[in-house]
Design a binder for this molecule. Structure first.
Ligand SMILES: Nc1ncnc2c1ncn2[C@@H]1O[C@H](COP(=O)(O)OP(=O)(O)OP(=O)(O)O)[C@@H](O)[C@H]1O
Ligand SMILES: [Mg+2]
Length: 268
């Protein structure tokens, strides 16, 4: 870990009862950058994110947030500094959009002053940024999958943390809303120097939005660094069992992955 790391883990072993998902993993998330994590289904991306956010207690190893062991932080303190949007969050039954987004303000509230003008501003800005203000009074379960996903993102924005972890925030969204969310994340990073970690499955979006790309395979880090260096045809074959052509994106200059076929195990 260096002082430029927002979040770091050393010697991390993560398991669910007997099932070991991650073993002795070291990872560093650079501060003030957008880090994207990619990797096949079940390789441990969500598990790692949950451990970084202290939702999963490691069997071994340490997670530090700006150099402080996260075990030593109070829960409100941690929630003011780090926010996680899980892959499949569950809303309390019957809650309205505005109330759910408002829950993002919990770590900022004090015992006696329950709801402040700052809270009101943060909630309304978050709903506007994600385009959900028009649904404010509707029940969350009445929304479409994509609308609901944007409400969760609004809740994370309302939490207003310098470090934001988002596990597949673009799932359920149509392409233009996917780009809106990615631009929003990058905008917060560029304008407010926030550290953003995104788990994505779209390799081209990952290449385009990552300052730092982390590739996971079988609970370990297979490669990391600049997307242009990391995303090679060989890596795609080794990690994703994908035969692909990689060229420079004619618009953005980042790697453009053109999938050709999946590679079966016995094809060698
Ligand atoms: N709550 C749980 N209890 C037991 N095993 C779990 C639990 N959550 C995940 N796992 C297992 O841990 C492994 C890693 O799961 P994880 O959700 O971290 O994968 P992922 O990389 O996020 O995959 P995806 O791309 O499908 O979201 C999988 O084998 C999964 O079955
Ligand atoms: Mg996952």
């Amino acid at each position: 870990m260096t002082t430029t790391d927002a979040l770091a883990a050393t010697g991390l072993t993560l398991r669910y009862e007997a099932r070991e998902v991650v073993r002795d993993l070291d990872v560093a998330i650079p501060a003030g950058k957008v880090t994207v994590i990619i990797g096949p289904n079940a390789c441990g991306k969500s598990t790692l994110l949950r451990a970084l956010a202290r939702l999963l207690t490691p069997a071994a190893g340490t997670v530090t947030l700006q150099g402080t062991d996260i075990r030593s932080l109070g829960s409100k303190d941690l929630a003011r500094r780090l926010g996680l949007l899980p892959q499949s969050p569950l809303a309390p039954f019957g809650i309205t959009v505005a109330d759910l987004v408002g829950r993002g303000r919990f770590p900022h509230q004090r015992m006696l002053q329950q709801w402040s003008a700052d809270d009101e501003r943060a909630v309304s800005a978050a709903m506007t940024a994600t385009g959900v203000a028009e649904f404010a009074d509707r029940g969350v379960e009445e929304l479409s999958g994509g609308q609901r996903q944007r409400v969760w993102i609004a809740m994370l924005l309302a939490q207003d943390t310098p470090v934001m972890l988002l596990d597949e925030p673009t799932t359920y969204l149509d392409v233009s809303h996917q780009l809106d969310v990615l631009e929003l994340c990058r905008g917060l990073n560029r304008s407010e120097d926030r550290t953003v970690v995104l788990v994505l499955h779209d390799l081209n979006q990952a290449a385009r939005y990552a300052d730092h790309l982390i590739v996971m395979k079988d609970g370990a880090i297979a490669a990391e660094g600049d997307p242009a260096t990391v995303l090679t045809e060989k890596l795609l074959e080794d990690v994703f069992r994908l035969r692909a052509h990689v060229q420079s994106d004619p618009v953005f200059g980042t790697p453009l992955v053109i999938p050709i076929t999946s590679v079966t195990e016995d094809a060698g």
